[in-house]
Design a protein around this ligand. Structure first.
Ligand code: CA
Length: 472
């Protein structure tokens, strides 16, 4: 078998409910949809820790954050660790990463495993951004999404055509603060974007963690996010709606540039006549609250933030227009690309190749539950409590242990531990925490057992207080 090329396109904070092939009611993404139409849409792809750096580290290394050490936004990836690009290099691939890196710079933190790298420092800028090209800093005029796209196309065209390639095209957009390209500045100008059904969530049945989070559209968006002030004498409800329109329109305008980028990249594969032998992936490092539960941002194990968009096209193995409900995770990506390239997956990688899943041959022992952990306790801006939990196809059990445990970027202030249980079949929007309801007692007992088993299987440890008290 000829080794396939891999074009991995990842945006930052692009929730699947802002992609039309996932049924978005707020925008259209005709080019991203081309990947879904020509390949497979995964409806249950989840991240294992819903923030940027940790998800990126997991994708590269194929292990969970307690193993690769990138538990929070303030941790850097140790570039001497094993990662899948290094293994592809050894197997004869030409590899590159262009765009957002966000895993530290200098020392051991620069990208490793890439013949070519040209990345934004930290978050990078939307306009006239600096790039670090193989260690050298250079400012480039223009809009960041367009620049990353042009660089990626240029790299594909100039690649060594005797070798298969793996390119990671990592967009900054649509990350906060949302600055759209002038080209899309007037998109949605006269439109009123619908508010999501959970926009007025009052968190009444939920853990204190939900009430304590500082991610509210009406209260916590800053002037720089909404670029202006609501009309004078607006009520709190009017301010919330006004903020939402300002926020979501700029977010979707940023997405419009991403969609255009995907179209140009797909056209390039056609022009280069490598369409048939290239695995094209579109994903984002995690999901995002698009006004859902009255929030922006991510971090929580709730659906909108946990779910990653994942669309993959590979004509040789994936039937056009496929949809999968099997549970796949960001920790699976590395193993998947290695297996598709005919490279043995190292023992220490904790994910599983989704290749049989994409070709419609899901193994009978494929996972039916997943483990999640958010470590960054009470980070200074969003104040989300640290938590871990399990999601099955039917339920989600979350344990807010609410302790920093010495992690970077966390506030060392313990909060009372709490549980949440959601019956996803009855309550897909997670509005009603049923933890403690008598009819769920046996479900809870089983989920706790399975949570512990998952946690131990990935070599993580349950939370234990200084007094030796564990969850029960
Ligand atoms: Ca992100």
């Amino acid at each position: 078998m000829k080794q396939p090329n891999i074009l991995f396109i990842m945006s930052d904070d692009h929730a699947s409910h802002a992609i039309s092939s996932y049924g978005s009611v707020i925008n259209h993404t005709p080019n991203i949809d081309r990947i879904a139409e020509g390949g497979i849409r995964f409806d249950n792809c989840f991240c294992t820790n819903s923030i940027c750096a940790p998800s990126r580290a997991t994708i590269l290394t194929g292990v969970y954050n307690h193993i690769n050490g990138v538990k929070t936004l303030d941790d850097h990836l140790d570039g001497t660790m094993m990662n899948f690009p290094k293994l592809l290099q050894q197997a004869g691939y030409e590899t590159a990463i262009i765009g957002k890196w966000h895993l530290g710079h200098g020392g051991n933190s620069d990208p490793t495993g890439f013949h070519y790298w040209n990345v934004l420092p930290d978050q990078g800028d939307y306009f006239d951004p600096e790039f670090i090209e193989m260690g050298k800093t250079k400012r480039i005029n223009g809009y960041v999404t367009d620049i990353i796209t042009a660089m990626s196309i240029d790299w594909i065209k100039k690649r060594d055509k005797n070798k298969p390639f793996m390119l990671m095209c990592h967009h900054k957009a649509p990350h906060r603060s949302w600055l759209p390209s002038p080209k899309y500045a007037d998109l949605y100008k006269d439109a009123d974007i619908p508010e999501p059904p959970t926009f007025h969530d009052d968190y009444s049945t939920r853990a204190e963690a939900a009430r304590a989070a500082r991610m509210r559209i009406g209260r916590d968006l800053l002037k720089k996010d909404v670029k202006g002030e609501p009309p004078q004498n607006s009520s709190p409800g009017q301010i919330k709606s006004w903020n939402y329109q300002r926020y979501i329109k700029d977010y979707l305008r940023c997405v419009a540039s991403i969609d255009e980028s995907v179209g140009l990249l797909l056209d390039t594969l056609q022009d280069e006549e490598i369409w048939n032998n290239t695995i094209v992936v579109y994903t984002s490092d995690q999901g995002f609250f698009l006004g859902d539960h009255g929030w922006f941002d991510k971090r929580f194990m709730y659906e909108e933030s946990l779910r990653m968009p994942l669309l993959i096209q590979y004509p040789q193995e994936i039937k056009a227009g496929s949809v999968s409900r099997d549970m796949v995770l960001n920790v699976d990506f590395a193993a998947t690309f290695l297996e598709a390239a005919g490279v043995a997956v190292p023992e220490e990688m904790q994910g599983r190749s989704m290749r049989p899943v994409w070709s419609g041959h899901t193994p009978p022992d494929w996972r039916t539950s997943m483990y999640y952990r958010y470590w960054m306790h009470l980070d200074k801006e969003h104040s989300v409590y640290s938590h871990y939990g399990i999601r099955t196809h039917d339920y989600k059990l979350i344990y807010y242990y609410a302790d920093a445990l010495g992690t970077t970027g966390s506030l060392d202030e313990r909060k009372p531990a709490e549980w949440e249980l959601f019956d996803l079949k009855k309550d897909p929007c997670e509005m009603n925490n049923v933890y403690g309801a008598a009819e769920y007692a046996s479900v809870i007992a089983l989920l706790k057992q399975e949570l512990l088993a998952l946690q131990l299987a990935v070599k993580d440890v349950p939370y234990e207080t200084d007094e030796g008290e564990r969850f029960a």
